[in-house]
Each structure stands twice: as structure tokens, then as C-alpha cells.
Design a protein around this ligand. Sequence first.
Ligand SMILES: NC(=O)C[C@H](N)C(=O)O
Length: 572
Amino acid sequence: MADGSVSLSGQLAATTLHEAVSSSEVAKAEFSDRVPIRSVVSRPDGGAGLAGHRVRIGGWVKTGRKADKDAFAFLELNDGSCPANLQVIVDASVSDLSPLVPTGTCIAVDGVLKLPPAGTKQKVELRVEKVVHVGPVDPAKYPLPKTRLTLEFLRDFVHLRPRTNTISAVARLRNALAYATHTFFQKHRFLYVHTPIITTSDCEGAGEMFQVTTLISEADKLEKDLIKNPPPSAADIEAAQLLVKEKGEVVAQLKSAKAKKEDINASVAELKKEKENLAKLEERSKLKPGIPRKDGKIDYGLDFFARQAFLTVSGQLQVESYACCLSSVYTFGPTFRAEHSHTSRHLAEFWMVEPEIAFAELKDDMNCAEAYVRFLCQWLLDNCFDDMEFMADKFDKTCIERLRMVASTPFERISYTEAVELLEEAVKGGRKFENKVEWGIDLASEHERYLTEVKFQKPVIVYNYPKDIKAFYMRLNDDSKTVAAMDVLVPKVGELIGGSQREERYDVIQQRIKDMGLPIEPYEWYLDLRRYGTVKHCGFGLGFERMLLFATGIENIRDVIPFPRYPGRADL
Ligand SMILES: NC(=O)C[C@H](N)C(=O)O
């Protein structure tokens, strides 16, 4: 990709998104008679121009109160289509008001949009003519009271927390970033490739993978057991029947000879045991095991795929096989790491955006990464300004400024060696780091944040890392000490993107795999990409949740993914 060829504007889609709210008609939701609250209150005139329109609105009550001696109820209604609420007024002659006011109640109403009395904040309100649905809430039991709730508290209610202003704003921003991601890559003619979730390759070679096993059903358990312990043969049954007969005769003899009571009891007990055994054998003889596998293995848990399988840590290796014939591709999906990290930056399940470009080198990779990140920032400014204002107000006053700065500022680019020199200078100047600074270290988050927040005050791309701290697939530089890797570091978050030019030379990569002590066999297919029609190519991975942290200013990564998974936690 040539320098500067990438458009940074999100304008194209901005037009489409805003069309609905600027027309003089009331825009209904697709496939429904309902008018989303966004189509009323997010118009440039705040909805005033729609006064007089009759609409159906549905939503959940944020706050509700009765007024004028219970003659009216004022309800702040939100339907998730935008951060703003619509004020809804219900007359006691229209409906029983008490069930409508508790926070969390769902209502659908038909009514007329009216201009509110002068001096009120909102530009339009809804006078209800008919209540068409009520989903009531018992306020004594509702787990999310109106008081301000911490994000930590809300993690115990992952199914209810999207009802809060914060988590619903995160959901809209997440959606916008996903849409922007597809828009960016599609605009640049990248093909979206679905890479597998279940895999047998460990892309990063770090071994932090979740293993996939199958749940064994009762039927499978039985079958497994029967293969290990085959059902009794006819001869086994006959032998057991004989034993029952013999023991029965012994008991009969003892009884007729009026033997000692203990002897009779002992023989009756033995007879009972043999009868039970016979019954079990007869029962088991009716069972039929399935056909044993050819390889004679019976461990259903691990053998579904005939080899050990794992959840993917990255779609990179597989997407490379598509880049090496379809040229520009990307994948975007969930990835998994079984790291025992309890930090606010790690999740066991997170989403990654991974483009891969053929006929391209490290410089092109950096150009693409920079253009993509700047596009995302511009997109949020163009399409989600209301949600960004909410974030600025609630979490981080500087988040809008940060987006503007990134969207409009070229990133700094420095080599790893230069980065270490800058950090060493900082140490000499009196700056304290917890982690030591010397050539060969992996940059710690405090180092990354120093570079982006203190030294350059903008995103920094660090490239050409020591080969010993990077993965086997990265292209060895001519100095034989470094590889053509690059990380995009941003203020607030640190590493947002990791990428590299891939080693396309068959002999070199084969040697690298060996030198790193990795087995060759699982990578044979990957080596085929170099054996047949090899090409220079590069790619990167953007941590989708980290982009959300960067954009919103939210501190903990567990709050920017709908259902966070981390050690000890996999709710729902
Ligand atoms: N696609 C990439 O380059 C991302 C890389 N495989 C990682 O997991 O960091």
C-alpha cells in the first residue's frame, strides 16, 4: 500500500447514518412500527420539527415519577438507540400510572410529539394516547437501583448491565468500531476471511492455549465402558446360572438337614450375591457396543479431531494462506489466551482484527496500521459524538481530544534500538521504571506509556525488535539480531497493535523454527506457503477491546466486552 493513499475520513458512512434523523419524515425502525428514540431526539433540531407527528415509541424507563397529585406520570424513556432519553407524559385517564414509573419497566406507547413548555431542556416530548405494552418491574427486587453503580458491581450482572448508560454506550461504540473496521478494509479491497476458532496450530508459540474436549454423553460413556469391558458372553451367563443353581441346592440341603442357623444364613447370603451377579450379567448382555474405532482408541474426550485441538490464539497463520493467493485479506474474530493474568488489560477471550497483505513489507504494514487506527478515530468523531461526549463527561475528559489528535497527527516511528536509547536517557534524567531498561528486554507497559504519553505525546510505532523476544514467523533482518516486527503504541493503553513482515524465505524460516525448539511437523502446511510461490507479505493484529479502552477512557477491559472471560469468571 503506497504511503498516503489511504483516506482517513469516515465521512462516507456518516452520511448514511445521519440520513434517517435529518429527514422531515419520522423514520421508523426497520421491520417494525416503532420509531427509535434516536430518530426523534438526535435530529439537528432535537426533534422540534417533528411536533404534531403521531408515533409509536418503545423503551425502558430510566426514571419515572408521578406529578400533579398523580394526575400525570413523567417518564424518561430510553431504547438504546442513542444515549438520550425521550420524555414521555402519561395522563392518569389513559392508564394506571403506578406500574409505569419504576426504573427498568418496559413500555410501548402510541402518542403525539409535542413542543414542551418554554424553558425546559428537551426540544420535544411525547404525550401518550395509548399504552400498548407494559413489562412491569418490582422495584423492591430490581437488582439495578437508580443510584450510581460501579462498573465492578455491574460485572456481577452481565445480563442486566447493558441497561445502564455506560454499558449501552460501550455497546454502541463497539458496534461502530466493528462497522468502521469492515468499512475500512472493504474500501481498500481486502477480503474478509473466516479463520477457524478450533485449531491445532499454536500461532504465537507461547503455549497459552485452551484445549478443546468434548462433553461425553451418558450413551458415549456406556459405549466407552463396553469397549473396555465387553458384555458377557453366553458362556459367562451359563456359568453364572450354574452357580445360582448350585448355591440354591446347598441352601435347600442345609434347610432340610436342619443345619445351624448361621450356616444357613451364610449360604443364603452367597446365593443372593450370585443371583445379583447373574441379573447384572443378563442386563449387560443386552447392551451392544458401537463399532470400535480403527485405531482402537476410545478416549472420546480428546479424540474427536483425532489429535489435540485448541481454541485459536490468533487467525494469522491461517489468514496468511489466503493472503498468499488472494493478496489483501483480513480476519476479525474472537481469540483465546489461557494466561493467568488478572490485569485490567487482559482477557481470556478477546477479539482481534488481523489484516494480511501480500507484496508488502514492514513499511507498508506500518502505513496500513496507522491509516486504520486514524480512520477508526475519525469514524467515532463523525458517527458517535453523543456517546463520546458521554464518555468524556463520565470517564475521561480528554478522550475526544485524544481521538482528534490521533485522527489528525502522523504517528512517530522509531526503531526498538532508538526506543531503548530514549528510555535509557530518561533513566539517566532521573525517571524511575519498575522494569529494567536494556537492549533485549520486552518493553513493559510503563515503558510504552512513557514513550507515548511523556516523550512524544502521540502514537508511536516501534519497529525492528530483537529476534529473541519475538515469534518464529517474523522476518529476520540483515543484522541477524532483529526481526521486522512493529508495535503500535498509543497513549493510555500502550500496545494496541502488534505486527510484522513475515519470513517468506523457506530455508530461513525452517531454521528459525528449529532454532526456537519448535516441532517442524505441525508447521509443514505453513512451510508449504514458502515452498510454493512464496511472496513477501506482512500483517498485524489489533486488540479490539484495547481500541475501546483507548477510545472511551474506561479503565478495565472487562467493561468493554459484553461477556468478559477471565480467570475464575465465565458468566452466562
Ligand atoms: N496477526 C498478527 O500479526 C497478530 C499476532 N499473531 C499476535 O497474536 O500478536
